[in-house]
Ligand binder design. Structure first.
Ligand code: NAG
Ligand code: NAG
Ligand code: NAG
Ligand code: NAG
Ligand code: NAG
Ligand code: NAG
Ligand code: NAG
Ligand code: NAG
Length: 194
């Protein structure tokens, strides 16, 4: 077992290093509430989410075997997923990596998407048909490092509060946002694209 969950999330090595190491062992099945939340997302029609009760084996899912088998990664880019992102996603409270880019997602994001997912480090919803406002970010500790909401139809203003110090890359280009570009005093940002 090489995966160290006891280090703070912000010190984890970057995405691809972490995620291939999680085994699907005979003793593990993902958390039941996480499984129910995933089923409520209704993405299952296109995936293998019917095949087993244990979402360890489901397409696009990675869980942390050392943290109560909670789902930490939902990675389903380019899977032809159609529909809205249900608020059930906010029950995946350990979610760290979210990539649903290049699908046909519609509608607006749950208001509490970011505030309900305090562990989220990477969110890539680029190249969909999402509309509505930028979801308010959580107050307090955020671990967000990469936000890619580019190439959608989001509108309204971009709240400056979203540029938390942990943000490294932020891309909201090719949307319908209006108003002024938020200013940030944090030197930690590598790339901000509006
Ligand atoms: C999300 O998945 C797409 C398709 O595989 C990939 O190109 C993109 O880099 C991923 N996003 C992030 C933030 O890694
Ligand atoms: C979160 O899970 C609980 C327990 O299953 C459920 O009652 C609640 O409706 C879920 N929340 C959302 C937003 O779906
Ligand atoms: C964050 O805090 C500010 C002031 O403390 C408050 O006005 C705002 O509603 C809070 N936002 C969220 C998403 O909780
Ligand atoms: C979204 O942006 C991130 C950070 O720049 C990048 O790694 C990722 O590849 C982008 N996603 C897509 C689908 O291009
Ligand atoms: C932002 O995303 C768009 C695609 O939506 C891409 O063309 C552009 O290169 C990205 N910008 C940066 C700095 O990564
Ligand atoms: C802008 O976003 C739309 C909707 O996702 C997409 O069809 C189009 O290819 C994007 N344009 C660029 C230049 O990335
Ligand atoms: C965003 O777009 C929707 C329609 O797609 C519209 O009803 C709403 O008023 C717009 N909001 C803003 C702030 O422009
Ligand atoms: C950035 O710093 C300046 C001066 O220190 C301050 O007036 C301004 O309110 C700060 N902006 C934000 C978004 O924190």
């Amino acid at each position: 077992m090489i995966y160290h969950t006891r280090v703070p999330a912000t010190q984890l090595p970057l995405i691809s290093n972490v995620l291939i190491l999680l085994p699907c062992s005979a003793y593990a099945a993902c958390d039941e509430l996480d499984r129910d939340a995933l089923l409520s997302l209704l993405f299952k029609a296109l995936l293998n989410w019917f095949a087993s009760d244990d979402c360890c084996f489901w397409d696009g899912i990675t869980y942390d075997p050392l943290d109560h088998r909670r789902v930490i990664r939902l990675w389903l880019p380019k899977r032809g997923i159609f529909g809205v992102i249900s608020s059930a996603i906010t029950n995946l409270t350990r979610l760290t990596y979210l990539n649903l880019s290049h699908n046909s997602l519609l509608g607006s994001l749950p208001d509490d998407l970011l505030s309900s997912l305090p562990n989220l480090q990477v969110i890539d919803l680029s190249f969909n048909h999402l509309v509505g406002p930028f979801p308010p970010s959580s107050n307090g500790s955020s671990h967000l490092q990469i936000i890619n909401l580019s190439s959608n139809f989001f509108n309204g203003t971009i709240p400056s509060s979203v540029l938390v110090p942990s943000i490294s890359i932020f891309n909201v280009s090719n949307n319908s946002f209006s108003g002024s570009i938020p200013m940030s005093n944090h030197s930690s940002h590598t790339s901000l694209t509006f």
